[in-house]
Design a protein around this ligand. Structure first.
Ligand code: NDP
Length: 295
């Protein structure tokens, strides 16, 4: 059996949180401010509530001040936007995050558009994505999950320049920006999606695979070239009678098969997930440094 290196997102994220915490304490000492992040949660989804709680905890662990607003499921779009506007105007808030998905009756686009560009720590504003796509331009923020994937490649010393990369999935929040980031790092990038004719064949050409599909165990060992590096973004619940919750979380990648072929792979959980939150903290620090013109 070939030796596979497990890319440990949990420990990389811990390292990053420590780096951020020490930068924030330096910032507090020299200009007597700390970054602030506002999180807006609408409705009662349990998974969303868990994500918000984890983000809040992560903020506290590095010294970011968090401001939380929890609105009822039946709130109006205008109410949510009113809170966003007040955070836009509040200088102690450097980043604003609206937890998705929003209730069905709200227009996600209108709500997200209300977040001002300087506080768009999720990096979802179309201008940010446009800047990310353009040569010689810099986005204000890079979306957290794809940024976390690239950060893992960097921290594990995986060369990207000149490599063949395949991104599976093209969503606005993960797949598409991941492909743009890999291209910025001089990889040659292909994007596989639900209409791709020969996904397996294309994926097998890759030195680096990033999968963000949302299908448990879709990426099999036969899809992977020997020695390639595989980043699994997927978080998919599958039934599991042995678990107390009745389900467990798996990635898009069939870990058992792919770990026998790849040279390195991220586990689920403990891979990209913790990195996403670490990158949110990083983006909030970036926002604060910019707001206070602090290097
Ligand atoms: P979306 O559902 O928005 O996008 C899925 C993408 O996968 C689409 O582009 C779709 O193609 C493509 N796709 C679906 N089925 C297939 C298939 N059979 N073959 C090839 N491509 C396919 O999902 P997200 O990007 O939001 O999330 C993807 C996964 O990542 C989910 O499991 C999600 O839970 C997880 N996730 C994890 C995060 C983390 O922090 N680790 C953060 C965000 C998401 P098409 O465009 O043609 O429809």
């Amino acid at each position: 059996e070939a030796y596979v290196k497990v890319i440990d997102g949990k420990s990389a994220a811990k390292e990053i949180r420590e780096e951020i915490a020490s930068e924030i304490s330096r910032m507090k000492e020299s200009i007597d401010v700390v970054p602030g992040l506002a999180v807006i949660l609408v409705g009662e989804r349990k998974d969303s509530a868990t994500y918000v709680r984890n983000k809040k905890k992560a903020c506290e662990s590095v010294g970011i001040k968090s401001y939380e607003v929890h609105l009822a499921e039946d709130s109006s779009e205008q109410e949510v936007i009113k809170y966003i506007s007040s955070f836009n105007d509040d200088p102690s808030v450097n980043g604003i995050l609206v937890q998705l998905p929003l209730p069905f009756h709200m227009n996600e686009r209108n709500v997200l558009n209300a977040v001002c560009l300087e506080k768009d720590v999720d990096g979802f504003n179309p201008l940010n994505i446009g800047l990310l796509a353009m040569r010689d331009r810099e986005p204000l923020f890079v979306p957290c999950t794809p940024k976390g994937c690239i950060e893992l490649l960097h921290r594990y010393g995986v060369p990207i320049k000149g490599k063949r990369a395949v991104v599976i999935g093209r969503s606005n929040i993960v797949g598409m920006p991941a492909a743009l980031l890999l291209q910025r790092e001089d990889a040659t990038v292909s994007i596989v999606h639900s209409r791709t004719k020969n996904p397996e064949e294309i994926t097998r050409e890759a030195d680096i695979v990033i999968s963000a599909v949302g299908q448990p165990n879709m990426i099999r060992g036969s899809w992977i070239k020997s020695g390639s590096v595989v980043i699994d973004v997927g978080i998919n619940p599958v039934e599991d009678a042995k678990s107390s919750r009745g389900y467990r979380l798996v990635g898009d990648v069939c870990y058992e098969e792919v770990s026998k072929v790849a040279s390195a792979i991220t586990p689920v959980p403990g891979g990209v997930g913790p990195m996403t939150i670490a990158m949110l903290l990083s983006n909030t620090l970036v926002a604060a440094k910019r707001a206070y013109d602090y290097k």
